[in-house]
Design a protein around this ligand. Structure first.
Ligand code: SF4
Length: 237
């Protein structure tokens, strides 16, 4: 498809699959989630709220060094010690509470077993996760996709920014609306959802910044609606 045609169809749901294709060809596999175990994914998904991954890595390295990266170990570790070990991730007292809440939930509902938890039907488990203190839609979906290998797409601020700038959705699109739109546009496939989210994160970090997006160098530039331009794109969260 030539570049002119790409900008003509931009904003239409069927082009989302093309975004994936172009990004995968351009950036290659992202090998997400960077974790050694499903439990580590869950810990990372909670710790990464409102902070950069570099800060999370330091916190996870501390927990690993102290052999605390298991549900039982996190249940047993005193709260103050846990909070101090994850200090680098920011909001560390709140995040320690959230980690404690998750392992309490796992104990109460699934006898502490992640394998049992992930046997639960996906929608039912999603509802239960959303009821746990500190687990919002992005965290719940990261747990389902990257720890449980369930067919759920993860939306984050990068996803919203890219798709609003490209005319698919308004800036303030509700999480569930954008998630459904992307899921409907892609084949239901865990590895596709895994890669696409990771690829969009790369676009957000490298090109689609909140201010001064670097559209000219971005692999998604051919899809940018002709009505938009780098200068016309306002600050988008
Ligand atoms: S940087 Fe520009 S071309 Fe790339 S995704 Fe953002 S708005 Fe689109």
């Amino acid at each position: 498809m030539n570049l002119q045609k790409l900008s003509d169809v931009s904003g239409k749901a069927e082009t989302i699959a093309l975004y994936y294709q172009v990004l995968f060809e351009h950036l290659g596999p992202q090998n997400w989630w960077p974790a050694r175990t499903p439990f580590e994914v869950i810990v990372g998904a909670i710790l990464t709220q409102n902070t950069s991954w570099t800060n999370v890595e330091r916190a996870i390295a501390n927990l690993r060094r102290k052999r605390l990266l298991t549900p039982l170990a996190l249940e047993r570790v005193p709260f103050a010690r846990l909070a101090s070990l994850i200090r680098s991730s920011g909001y560390f007292r709140q995040k320690a509470k959230k980690l404690k809440a998750f392992v309490r939930f796992l104990r109460a509902e699934y006898s502490g077993s992640l394998a049992r938890m992930f046997e639960t039907p996906t929608l039912e488990l999603r509802e239960k996760l959303l009821a746990v203190h500190g687990v919002g839609p992005e965290t719940a979906d990261s747990i389902l996709l990257y720890a449980g290998h369930k067919e759920v797409f993860v939306v984050d601020s990068y996803t919203k920014r890219i798709f609003s700038r490209h005319g698919f959705v308004p800036d303030d699109v509700p999480y569930e609306e954008l998630r459904s739109k992307i899921e409907a546009a892609l084949p239901r496939d865990v590895s596709r959802y895994n890669e696409f989210h990771a690829l969009l994160v790369q676009v957000g970090k490298n090109w689609c910044r909140p201010r001064d997006p670097r559209c000219a160098e971005c692999p998604l530039h051919p899809f940018l609606p002709r009505a938009s331009s780098e200068k016309a794109l306002g600050d988008v969260p």
